[in-house]
Design a protein around this ligand. Structure first.
Ligand code: SF4
Length: 288
């Protein structure tokens, strides 16, 4: 008899004697629950089979993830002193509403210090379903007097830019500013004023849902693209505002003072024209 058969016979005999002695079962090894956690051997996870590099001919069959684009926009600096909380918004940002309803809600706004001295709040004008929204900085004296954005000489230049270069009637686009009230002496918008007023522009753009945005000047470009990159490096390139292609160029008021830069603006507007009329895709070059 070989050794294994002899061992089996001995085990069988032992089990029979145990049963005769009243033992109902035997435990083969120590139950896992009975072993204290600390006493359990630490077992290494099963080793993964080494990944073999695909052969060159397999590369074409394996979907490759597109590399993330390199950031090209300097992030906007966080304000050190955000100041006191502004008064509550006069509308529900989540609510569905028309542009006319939003305008009516904003009409009496006094969220920032500019509200007290305005003649008219300058909400925005144009097609509420515009494909193109044009965003400037803030109303000037003429706009404050009339309650309409881009009137006066800068407004006339903008009309030429829209109608003669982009080749769209002015009333087909929507025109507005970041600030809805005039800063005194046409000074630059201040950060707390932008903080108070920006929910209105966010909501205008959410309601209109344009296909394209044109930012005029540093403040509009930097706010829409959320960057501190200078306008000289932003202009002429597409970035995105909440997924919408957004091209920046110089403000018409700047062009009135610096007519030599008209050629640059013409080049920028021709890119907007091509995308607006479906002759080209927006070539996004600016990434956050
Ligand atoms: S600038 Fe904007 S936030 Fe300030 S008072 Fe006018 S509408 Fe209100």
């Amino acid at each position: 008899m070989n050794h294994r058969a002899e061992l089996a016979r001995e085990i069988l005999g032992h089990l029979r004697s145990q049963r005769a002695a009243g033992v109902g079962y035997v435990c083969l090894g120590t139950p896992r629950e009975a072993v204290p956690e600390a006493a359990r051997p630490v077992t290494a996870p099963p080793a993964r089979a080494p990944e073999t590099a695909p052969k060159p001919e397999q590369h074409a069959l394996i979907p490759q993830a597109a590399p993330a684009p390199e950031p090209t926009l300097a992030p906007m600096a966080k304000r050190r002193d955000p100041g006191p909380e502004p008064p509550p918004l006069p509308f529900d940002p989540e609510a569905e509403m028309s542009l006319a309803e939003l305008k009516a809600a904003v009409e009496g706004c006094l969220r920032c210090k500019l509200g007290a001295d305005r003649t008219n709040l300058v909400f925005g004008v144009g097609n509420p379903a515009a494909k193109l929204v044009i965003v400037g900085e803030a109303p000037g004296a003429n706009e404050d007097a009339e309650g309409i954005p881009f009137v006066g000489r800068a407004g006339q230049m903008l009309t030429k830019m829209i109608e003669n270069v982009i080749e769209v009637p002015r009333q087909e686009v929507y025109i507005c500013n970041i600030l809805k009230c005039r800063p005194p002496g046409n000074r630059n918008p201040e950060p707390d004023e932008i903080d108070c007023c920006e929910p209105y522009l966010h909501k205008q753009l959410a309601v209109i849902q344009p296909r394209l945005i044109l930012a005029l000047g540093k403040f509009a470009a930097q706010w829409l693209l959320q960057t501190k990159t200078p306008i000289g490096r932003l202009r002429g390139k597409f970035g995105r505002y909440q997924g919408i292609p957004c091209l920046s160029t110089y403000h018409p008021a700047y062009l009135l003072r610096n007519p030599r830069d008209k050629k640059l603006v013409l080049d920028d507007l021709l890119k907007v024209k091509a995308v607006y009329h479906g002759e080209a895709e927006a070539d996004i070059e600016l990434f956050q």
